[in-house]
Design a protein around this ligand. Structure first.
Ligand code: GDX
Ligand code: MG
Length: 383
């Protein structure tokens, strides 16, 4: 029997309440836990609604504020870790599911598919979805790229959506995660990276289940909205770079189905709005930091101050840039934060015009091959 947890921050209460109802209606779900970042408007609405929900479904619905568990920015990590703690200390359920609170396409099938894979003995089940070719730009260019460069022999680079917030953990996995100091520390957006990493490093078996309807949720506009996430996700990988991860491990991926036309046609971000970001906000210190990078990166980025340029940031150049960032990036330094954002933006734009423009199938094939090429290049070099 299972607990379903929704971490949330400033979400539309109607959407979250709808998702809580979906979870409560599932026969495998015994209880629902909502962990808020604070007592925001959504929290109040949910706390008010919970007694009625409990009565209608005959199951507990807990609404709590996250504890301060970690050491970094208090964010989703504290929320998820608070749920882990609740699950282990206050309940004896066998399984814990996590789902993002803002999903509007959530259904019982998501829970059923995860439960079925867990019934087959998998320790962890992760949901994955069809994504637009210009979506998931942190996943592809930061997380999967980093996993391929640092741990090419592990299963890490082959996990479809390592940052996804939809997953099932068996009790022993939850115990392992909460006992892991690195996981507890990661209170910010880096939490998904840490869960994924620790699960693979500890060799838990992993099943990835495909949800064909896709994850429809709140969208970002300009890429600046993703800046904090980008910095925290990169920084999480950087903090792990000295770690060793065993080769291989049990990892099964459900074969994907046809991608809905809407997803194939979707543009994942505001391209025009993002172009101007390459030119804005340069400081003399950022210009100095460029000295760490190859000449063409230095020249290209400096030229961006007057006109957006990105053609130089191809796949091989990004590999080199990534290695330099692993060595020198300082997540607490404002100039480094701005610089990594702009370097990544150049990579995303280069990919968009040279790859994504060629069409959906071409782009998705390219991204998967890109990860394979990075892993092949890193293979045997110890990173
Ligand atoms: N308790 C708590 N505290 N919940 C939070 C906080 C926080 O500080 N910040 C965000 N959340 C919740 C949010 O309400 C939502 O339910 C979920 O976390 C994901 O946040 P969202 O704003 O929807 O982000 P996005 O881009 O849709 O997230 C996806 O990428 C993230 C990532 O790349 O790191 C999603 O798959 C996330 O689970 C993943 O962490
Ligand atoms: Mg979302």
């Amino acid at each position: 029997m299972s607990l379903v947890a929704f971490p949330f921050k400033n979400e539309d209460p109607e959407v979250l309440i709808g998702n809580v109802k979906v979870a409560l209606s599932h026969p495998r779900v015994e209880e629902v836990l909502c962990v808020g970042a604070s007592e925001d408007r959504c929290f109040t609405a949910l706390a008010e609604a919970s007694p009625k929900l409990e009565k209608e479904h005959g199951k507990p619905v807990k609404v709590i504020v996250q504890e301060r568990i970690g050491e970094l920015r208090p964010g989703k990590g504290d929320g998820m870790n608070t749920a882990l703690k609740y699950f282990l200390e206050e309940t004896s359920y066998r399984r814990l599911h996590f789902y993002d609170a803002d999903i509007v396409s959530f259904s019982q099938e998501w829970i059923t598919k995860a439960e079925e894979a867990a019934d087959q003995g998998f320790d962890v089940v992760r949901h994955y979805f069809p994504r637009a070719s210009t979506d998931a730009m942190i996943t592809w260019h930061i997380t999967r790229t980093g996993f391929a460069i640092l741990w090419p022999e592990s299963t890490l680079p082959w996990i479809e959506q390592p940052l996804g917030g939809e997953l099932l953990l068996s009790r022993s996995v939850a115990e392992q995660l909460l006992n892991d100091e690195r996981v507890r520390r990661q209170s910010d957006w880096g939490i998904d990276t840490l869960y994924t990493f620790a699960i693979v490093q500890n060799q838990f078996s992993l099943y990835e289940t495909y949800i064909g309807v896709g994850k429809l949720h709140k969208l970002y506009g300009k890429l600046t909205d993703l800046k904090t996430m980008l910095i925290e996700c990169f920084s999480a990988i950087q903090s792990l770079q000295g770690e060793r991860v065993p080769k291989g491990g049990t990892h099964r991926i459900e074969y994907p189905g046809p991608v809905p036309q809407k997803v194939r046609e979707k543009i994942g971000y505001d391209v025009e709005g993002s172009l101007s970001l390459l030119a804005e906000g340069w400081t003399p210190r950022q210009e100095e930091l460029l000295a760490y990078f190859p000449d063409k990166v230095q020249e290209g980025m400096l030229a961006c101050r007057s006109f957006p340029r990105f053609g130089f940031m191809d796949e091989d150049t990004w590999y080199r840039v990534y290695q330099i960032l692993l060595e020198h990036f300082d997540p607490t330094d404002r100039d480094w934060q701005e610089l990594i954002f702009r370097l990544w933006l150049a990579r995303v734009l280069e990919y968009t015009v040279t790859v994504a423009l060629r069409g959906y199938d071409y782009a998705l094939h390219y991204l998967h091959q890109m990860v394979s090429r990075y892993a092949a290049q890193a293979f045997g070099k110890g990173g």
